[in-house]
Design a protein around this ligand. Structure first.
Ligand SMILES: [Fe+2]
Length: 324
C-alpha cells in the first residue's frame, strides 16, 4: 500500500482489509464495529454518552467560531491550541520490577491532526531529540467522526516517521477501523484488544490496548483476560478513562487514557466547564487513582472541531515509572 494515497489504497483493497481484520478480531466483532461506524456516519444515533453533547446541536461549532472571531478571542485561543508542551510525569509503583525503575513511556493522544495543518510541524519539532523506552498513541487521529481519512493519514505518516520504536497505538472514538492497516503500514502497530510484551534489563512489562470504548464500544476485556500473567507489571492503553472498573478487575497497574482533552476550553486555572468523559470528574485530566489502579488522562496533543484552547494547554507526556 502506498502511504501517499492511503485512503484510495484502502478503498481499493477493502475486501482484503476486512478479511484481515475479521481473522484478527473475529467476524462478529468486526461486523459490530462496522455497524456502529455506519450508524454514526449516517447520524442515526446521537453520538456520545453524555447528556450535553455539542454534536447534537446544529451549527453549534459554527456559532462558537463566529462569536470568538467577532469578540477577538479566536486568535488568542488558537495560540493556546498550538502551545504544545512536554509534560514529565513521574509515577511510583510498589509492584514495578526494579529493573524497570526509570522506564520512560512517551504518550501522545487525541491528535485530530487534520483539524489544523499548523499542529503537525509543532508536534514534530517537540518530538525531536526526545529519548524514551516506549511510545504510545492513545487514539483520535482524525478530527471529525465521519468522512475522509486521507488528511489525518497524511499527517500521521510524518508523526510515525518521527517516533522511535517500539511504538504502539490504539483507536479512539474518531477513528474508523479502516485506519488500522494504514497506520500499521506506517509503522504504528495497533493494539486491538491485544497484549504485547516489552523487555528491559531482563524484566517484562505487559502492554495491552483496547479498541475504542466510547462510541464504537469495541473494547473487549474478555479477549485480554489471561494475556497478562498474575503478578506481572501491566499497562493498559484505553482511549477513554471510562474503562477503569474493568481495568481494575483484570489487575492492570497503570492505564494511559485521553479523550477528554482536559476540557479543551476551560476557565482560568484549568477548571473544566464542559467535558465528554463518561467517568468520575477526577479522572478528566492528569493523574488519578481508582482502587489499586493508577491512571493518567492526557489533556491531548491536539483538539477537536475548533483549533482553539483556553486555559488548557495541549501536551505530550513523558511518563517516568519509578519503583516505590
Ligand atoms: Fe479526542
Amino acid at each position: 500500500m502506498a502511504s501517499g494515497d492511503s485512503t484510495y489504497s484502502i478503498l481499493e483493497h477493502l475486501p482484503e482489509v476486512y478479511e484481515g481484520l475479521s481473522k484478527r478480531l473475529g467476524e462478529k466483532a468486526l461486523q459490530e464495529r462496522l455497524f456502529k461506524q455506519a450508524q454514526h456516519e449516517s447520524e442515526q444515533v446521537f453520538q456520545g454518552k453524555n447528556l450535553f453533547n455539542p454534536d447534537r446541536i446544529p451549527l453549534f461549532y459554527e456559532t462558537v467560531r463566529f462569536i470568538l472571531k467577532v469578540t477577538g478571542l479566536y486568535n488568542w485561543g488558537h495560540r493556546q491550541f498550538l502551545d504544545l508542551r512536554l509534560i514529565t510525569n513521574e509515577v511510583a509503583f510498589e509492584q514495578l520490577p526494579t529493573e524497570l525503575d526509570g522506564l520512560r513511556i512517551l504518550q501522545i493522544s487525541d491528535l485530530h491532526l487534520d483539524l489544523d495543518p499548523e499542529l503537525t510541524p509543532v508536534l514534530l519539532n517537540l518530538l525531536q531529540g526526545l529519548e524514551y523506552d516506549l511510545a504510545v498513541v492513545t487514539g483520535d487521529y482524525r478530527d471529525d467522526t465521519k468522512g475522509s481519512i486521507t488528511a489525518c493519514l497524511k499527517y500521521m505518516e510524518k508523526i510515525c516517521k518521527a517516533l522511535t520504536p517500539p511504538v504502539y497505538g490504539i483507536m479512539g472514538n474518531h477513528d474508523p477501523i479502516e485506519l488500522v492497516p494504514a497506520l500499521e503500514e506506517m509503522g504504528l502497530p495497533m493494539l486491538m484488544n491485544e497484549t504485547v510484551t516489552f523487555e528491559k534489563n531482563g524484566a517484562k512489562l505487559y502492554l495491552s490496548g483496547i479498541d475504542d470504548p466510547h462510541y464504537y464500544e469495541g473494547h473487549d476485556f474478555d479477549r485480554l483476560r489471561g494475556t497478562v500473567p498474575n503478578g506481572e507489571f501491566s499497562v493498559l492503553l484505553s482511549h477513554a478513562p471510562e474503562t477503569h472498573k474493568q481495568a481494575v478487575e483484570l489487575g492492570y497497574d497503570f492505564v494511559l487514557t485521553g479523550h477528554t482533552h482536559g476540557g479543551q476550553i476551560c476557565l482560568p486555572g484549568g477548571i473544566i466547564v464542559i467535558h465528554n468523559g463518561d467517568c468520575p470528574s477526577y479522572m478528566l485530566a492528569g493523574n488519578w487513582t481508582y482502587k489499586s489502579l493508577k491512571g493518567y488522562t492526557s489533556r491531548g496533543s491536539g483538539g477537536c472541531r475548533l483549533p482553539i484552547r483556553f486555559f488548557c494547554p495541549p501536551e505530550i507526556t513523558m511518563h517516568v515509572l519509578r519503583k516505590a
